[in-house]
Design a protein around this ligand. Structure first.
Ligand code: FPP
Length: 249
């Protein structure tokens, strides 16, 4: 049986989030520079987006650039921004054709103007699409996002639009940049690192984590499907006992 055939389409996670890690180490391993590793990483992005659409995944969130990544050498940051622009240029048509809707979360105010424009043009171009929702985390930090939500909620309280006692998980969700997006059910991190790295801290509260030693440029669609198959074998208890969960199904 192929990997695709092993997937239970009725039990797909609604939302998969990925920390794409290991581009630099992959490049090093192959005697190339880090930028070359990122370019290979962009090819993996293309393959994973394609298979996600094919199996009917609803949401795929990719950690493309963290707020902490601004601290990398300028040359690498510039190369990553250029790669983003060239990927958007070359892929927008394909996204439209494949019915993929592009979304993005993060602190876009600090993105270079040309990157922001490209990004928003692509978001506009795909806005009518109804298939896979591809969420790019760009200049993203979960702590930043949570603080922004706290500020927004505080403002509503000060302005008398919200009572303190009305603040609950739903209100908090509504004030995050992921408003309207279901929380990820599966989080994959490549490259053998076991960290969350300031990614979707609130939204991953009950996600299943899947770690693989594969470096991002060598991560294949089969690896991706294997992670989903592994997810489908797990029992998600949300704090309940195994017996309670089995009784329900
Ligand atoms: C982590 O590898 C990867 C990144 C910081 C950037 C991710 C970017 C891409 C996959 C390419 C472009 C993306 C899109 C959406 C077109 P690393 O550099 O931290 O690797 P290392 O830990 O081995 O040094």
């Amino acid at each position: 049986m192929t990997f695709v055939e092993q997937i239970d389409k009725q039990k797909l996670p609604r939302h998969v989030a990925i920390i794409m890690d290991g581009n630099g180490r992959w490049a090093n391993k192959h005697g190339k520079n880090r930028v070359y590793g990122h370019k290979q990483g962009a090819k993996t992005v293309k393959e994973i987006v394609k298979i996600s659409g094919e199996i009917g995944l609803e949401y795929l969130t990719l950690y493309a650039f963290s707020m902490e990544n601004w601290n990398r050498p300028k040359m690498e940051v510039d190369a990553l921004m250029a790669l983003l622009v060239s990927s958007i240029n070359s892929e927008t048509k394909e996204l439209v054709k494949n019915n993929v809707k592009l979304l993005s979360i993060g602190n876009h105010d600090i993105l270079p103007k040309n990157v922001r424009k490209k990004l928003y043009d692509a978001i506009d171009a795909t806005s009518k699409n109804t298939g896979l929702k591809l969420v790019l985390s760009l200049s993203y930090s979960a702590k930043w996002e949570i603080l922004e939500a706290v500020k927004k909620i505080s403002k509503q309280v000060i302005e008398g639009k919200l009572d303190i006692d009305e603040i609950n998980e739903n209100v908090f969700d509504e004030n995050l940049s992921t408003k309207g997006i279901p929380h990820p059910e599966l989080m994959i991190r490549t490259s053998g690192e076991y960290r969350i790295s300031n990614f979707l801290l609130w939204q991953l509260a009950y996600a299943e984590f899947y770690f693989t030693p594969k470096l991002w440029p060598e991560f294949t669609k089969e690896d991706f499907l294997e992670a989903i198959i592994d997810f489908q074998r797990r029992e998600r208890r949300f704090g309940k006992t195994s017996e309670q969960v089995k009784q329900k199904s």
